[in-house]
Design a protein around this ligand. Sequence first.
Ligand SMILES: Cc1cc2nc3c(=O)[nH]c(=O)nc-3n(C[C@H](O)[C@H](O)[C@H](O)COP(=O)(O)OP(=O)(O)OC[C@H]3O[C@@H](n4cnc5c(N)ncnc54)[C@H](O)[C@@H]3O)c2cc1C
Length: 338
Amino acid sequence: MSTLDLASLLKDQPLSRYSTYEIGGTAAFLALPQTDDDIRAVLEAAQSHGLNPVFFGMGSNLLFPDRPSQETLFISTRSHRELSMSGERIYVSAGTPMSLLALVGAEIGTEDFDFCYLLPGTLGGGIYMNAKYFEHHISDFLDTVYYVDLDDLRQGIQSIAAEQCEFSYKRSIFQQKNWFITGAHLKFKRCPANPDALEPFLVHMDREKTAISSLPEFYDFYAGALDRLEARLGRTLSKMRGVIEDRTGKHHFDYPSCGSVFKNNYDIGEPIGRLADRLQLKGLQYGNAMISPVHGNVIQNRGGAKAEEILYLIHKVQDAFSKHYGFVPEPEVVVVPS
Ligand SMILES: Cc1cc2nc3c(=O)[nH]c(=O)nc-3n(C[C@H](O)[C@H](O)[C@H](O)COP(=O)(O)OP(=O)(O)OC[C@H]3O[C@@H](n4cnc5c(N)ncnc54)[C@H](O)[C@@H]3O)c2cc1C
C-alpha cells in the first residue's frame, strides 16, 4: 500500500467542529478515513511524516486542547461506516454511530441495540470506554474486536475475542494499548427477524448526517429518523421512546458537553453527581464553563468555553472531593494533550 502524502490530508480544521464540547483549537492535519485500507494508509502516513496520531470517533467523550501541537495528525473514524450481516453476527465498523446501530437493530427486527439510541458516540469510542446505558454495556454484545497496533503496523488488522478485552465498568484493554479499533463482530441476544432489511435501510441513511458532533443537531437528526422508522414499520418503538424521555428529561442535549465528566466510584456507593450536589457544586461557573445546574457530574460549555476553563472546573471538583470525601474522582472524559 502506498503511503499518503501530506497534501491529501485536511488542513487547518477547527477541532471544535469535531467534538460535542465544541471546544478545541485548529488542527494542522486531520484525516477522515472511510475504509480499513484508508485507516492503515493514514497511520502509515503519520509514522513516515513523524506526526503523532490522535484517533477518535465522534468526540463525545474527549476534550481537545485549545492549542493543539502542529505535529499531531487527528484521525476521526466518523466517515468509516460499514455494517454487514454475517451469519448469527453483525459486523460493524468502528466509525458507525451507536445511535445508528440502534436504528439498524429496529429495522432488522431486534431490540438488542435499543440501549445505544441517543448515545452520542461511535462504536469504536463505545468499545474503548465500554459505553453503557443503565444495565446494558456495549461489551455484552461483542464477539470479536478488530484493531491495528500502532506499535507494529506491519501486522495489519488483528483480532481479539471480547472475553480477552478486560471489560468492566468504563474500562477496557484498549485504554492500556496503542490500538486503533477498526470494527467488531457483534452477537445478538435476540436474533433479527428481518436481516435482509439492513442493506436497503443503509442506502437511505446519509453518511454525513448520521455522524454529527453538535448535540442539538444530533438529537434532531436521530429523533426525526425514529419518527420516520416508526411510520414505516407502523408501530411505536417504545424502548427508544423511553430513551428520548430519559435523556431529554436530563437535559443531555441543551448545551455542549461530554456527558459525565467523572467515572462513578462504586466503593463510595453514591454516584458522583449526587456527591457533587451535596457540596453545592452545581451551577459553579468559570469563564464560559459551568457545572450543570441540573447534574453535578456534567460540565457544560455555555458558549465559547476554552479547554482550560473546563479543566479548571474538573480540578475544582477533584479538590473538593479530596477534601470532603477523601478520594479524587477519576475523569471519564479523555483529555487530549496539546
Ligand atoms: C450528552 C452525552 C451523553 C452521554 N451519555 C453516555 C451514556 O449514557 N453512557 C456512556 O457510556 N457514555 C455516554 N456519553 C459519553 C460518550 O458518548 C461515550 O463514551 C462514547 O462511547 C464515546 O464515543 P466517541 O466516538 O465519541 O469517542 P471519542 O470521544 O471520539 O473518543 C473517546 C476515547 O475513545 C478512543 N477511541 C475512539 N475511537 C477509537 C477507535 N476506533 N480505536 C481506539 N480508540 C478509540 C479515543 O482515542 C478517546 O480516547 C455521553 C456523552 C454525551 C455528550
